[in-house]
Design a protein around this ligand. Structure first.
Ligand code: NOJ
Length: 461
C-alpha cells in the first residue's frame, strides 16, 4: 500500500473541459483557432462548449469531494486573464481581465472549501493566438512573456496555492504542434525550428521558476510535466534492466521530440542534448551541426537560465516498451490496446519511473495516467467500465513496486476526472472517471469512480 500522505488526485486542462470559449472577455487561443478549422479534428468537433466546466465547476468539484478525491490538477487558460497574451505594456503596467481571474479564484476557493488541494498548471497548450501570430514558441520573446504571466499568477494565487507547475508536455507541444502539425498551431517545420521550440519552452520554464520564487507569498513547489517513451525490462536480470534503461533515454531519429531526455536534461541537469552521440545529426537539417551550442537560437547563458532548482518532476505516463538485452519485444497479435490504440503495459509504472528517478533525482508526481475507452451508458443507466478498473489495478500495482523500492512518488493524478475533448481525436475517446453526456452535460460517475474513491478511502485508513 501507499502511505497515508500519498496524494490521490485527478487532472484536467482548461481547453479540454471549460468551454465558454468567448465568454467574459476571454481572448482567442491557438486551440480555438485550430479546432474551429474544418478538417483538423475528428468529426470537426471543437472545445467551444466541451464539458462546460466554466459554468459547472462547483458541481464538478463537489462531485470530486463526494468521491474523496484529495487534489485537483487543472490548468489556467492564459487568454482568460490576458486576452492577447501580453501581461505588461511598454511602461511595465499590468493589464488583466478581471472576469478571467475571478473564474480561477472561484475554482481555487471552491477546491479549498471542499478540502481539495489545487495544483495549477500554467500552460497546457492553449497559447494566446496573438502570441502565435508573432511566432509563438519559435519566438524567444514568448518565453519572457510567459515568465511575466507566471509571475502574475504566482503573486496572485500563492497565498492559497502551493503547487504551481509551469508547462505540460513540452514534447507534445513541439512534436505535434510544430513538427507533424496534428495539434495547434498545426505547423510542420524542420528539425532546427522544432528544437528552437523545445529550447524556448525550456527557457520559459526556467525564467518562470525564477520569477515565481521571487514573488511567492509562501514557498511554492514547482516543476513541470514531462512525457515520452519509457521502457521496462522483460525480466529482472541485470542485462535486461540495463538495456531498458538505455532505451528509455534514447533520442530516436524520426521521432526526436518524444523523449524525456532533451527537455529534462536541459532543465533538470543543465545538459544540452548530444547532437552527434545520440544520432540527432541524422535528422534532416542537423547533419552539419557538431554541438548543440552551434544552433542559431542558442545564446550564452541560456543553459543556466533554464536549469533552475525545482521541487518535483511530473510524469505523464500511459504506456511503454518492453525491452530485453536483445532489443524491443514485439507485441503479440491481439494484445490489449486502448481506444486510442495505445498498448496496455503496466510494467512502465515500475521500471520506467525508477529510471526517471535514478536520472533526475527529483520527487515524482504521476501527473497523468489513464485509459481511453468508448464507454457507454448501459440499460441500467450506469457506466460499467470494468476495463478501466482492471487497467488501474494493474498500473497502480506496478507503481507500488517502484514506490516500495524507494522512489519518492508523492502522488497520483488520474487522467481525467470527467470525459473531455481529446485534442485532434475529439470526443470519442473517453478518459474520465465520470461520464459526460455532451447533449445534456449530465455527469454520471462510472464504476471506476466508485472504485477509485474506495481505493483512496482505504489508503487513508
Ligand atoms: C496528455 C495530455 O496532457 C492530455 O491533455 C491528454 O488528454 C492526455 N495525455 C491523453 O492523451
Amino acid at each position: 500500500m501507499f502511505d497515508k500522505n500519498f496524494l490521490w488526485g485527478t487532472a484536467s486542462s482548461s481547453y479540454q473541459i471549460e468551454g465558454a470559449f468567448t465568454e467574459d472577455g476571454k481572448g482567442v487561443s491557438i486551440w480555438d483557432t485550430f479546432s474551429n478549422k474544418p478538417g483538423n479534428i475528428a468529426h470537426n468537433e471543437n472545445g467551444n462548449e466541451a464539458c462546460d466546466h466554466y459554468h459547472r465547476y462547483r458541481e464538478d468539484i463537489a462531485l470530486m469531494k463526494s468521491l474523496s478525491i484529495q487534489a485537483y490538477r487543472f490548468s489556467i487558460s492564459w487568454t482568460r486573464i490576458f486576452p492577447d497574451g501580453i501581461v505588461k505594456d511598454s511602461d511595465g503596467n499590468v493589464h488583466f481581465n478581471q472576469a478571467g481571474l475571478d473564474f480561477y479564484d472561484n475554482i481555487v476557493n471552491c477546491c479549498l472549501e471542499n478540502g481539495i488541494e489545487p495544483f495549477i498548471t500554467l500552460y497546457h497548450w492553449d497559447l494566446p493566438q496573438a502570441l502565435e501570430d508573432n511566432g509563438g514558441w519559435l519566438n524567444r520573446q514568448t518565453a519572457y512573456i510567459f515568465a511575466d504571466y507566471a509571475e502574475f499568477i504566482c503573486e496572485h494565487f500563492s497565498d492559497r496555492v502551493v503547487n504551481i507547475a509551469t508547462i505540460n508536455e513540452p514534447q507534445i507541444i513541439s512534436g505535434l504542434g510544430y513538427m507533424n502539425g496534428l495539434h495547434a498551431p498545426g505547423k510542420k517545420l524542420d528539425c532546427i525550428s522544432v528544437l528552437s521550440v523545445i529550447h524556448h519552452l525550456a527557457l520559459a520554464h526556467g525564467l518562470a521558476v525564477t520569477r515565481m520564487r521571487a514573488v511567492a507569498k509562501q514557498p511554492i513547489k514547482t516543476g513541470f510535466s514531462s512525457t515520452g517513451d519509457l521502457c521496462f525490462p522483460a525480466s529482472e536480470c541485470d542485462e535486461d534492466i540495463d538495456a531498458a534503461r538505455a532505451e528509455s533515454f534514447k533520442i530516436v531519429t524520426g521521432n526526436m521530440t518524444f523523449n524525456h531526455t532533451i527537455f529534462c536534461d536541459m532543465t533538470c541537469l543543465g545538459r544540452y542534448p548530444d547532437i552527434v552521440g545520440t544520432g540527432l545529426h541524422l535528422e534532416k537539417g542537423l547533419e552539419k551541426i557538431g554541438h548543440y551550442k552551434e544552433l542559431p537560437f542558442v545564446k550564452d547563458g541560456d543553459s543556466e537560465l533554464m536549469h533552475q532548482p525545482i521541487d518535483f518532476l511530473g510524469i505523464n505516463v500511459y504506456n511503454g516498451h518492453e525491452v530485453s538485452v536483445t532489443g524491443h519485444i514485439k507485441k503479440k497479435p491481439g494484445s490489449p490496446r486502448t481506444a486510442l490504440g495505445w498498448p496496455v503495459t503496466p510494467g512502465v509504472m515500475n521500471y520506467g519511473i525508477r529510471y526517471m528517478y535514478e536520472r533526475y533525482n527529483l520527487p515524482i508526481y504521476i501527473f497523468e495516467d489513464g485509459l481511453a475507452c468508448n464507454d457507454i451508458i448501459s440499460l441500467d443507466g450506469k457506466v460499467h467500465d470494468s476495463n478501466r478498473i482492471d487497467f488501474l489495478t494493474r498500473y497502480l500495482t506496478d507503481l507500488e513496486k517502484a514506490y516500495k523500492a524507494g522512489v519518492p512518488i508523492l502522488g497520483y493524478f488520474h487522467w481525467s476526472f470527467t470525459d473531455n475533448f481529446e485534442w485532434h481525436s475529439g470526443y470519442d475517446p473517453r478518459f474520465g472517471l465520470v461520464f459526460v453526456d455532451y447533449e445534456t452535460q449530465q455527469r454520471i460517475p462510472k464504476d471506476s469512480a466508485y472504485w477509485y474513491s474506495d481505493l483512496i478511502r482505504q489508503s487513508c485508513n
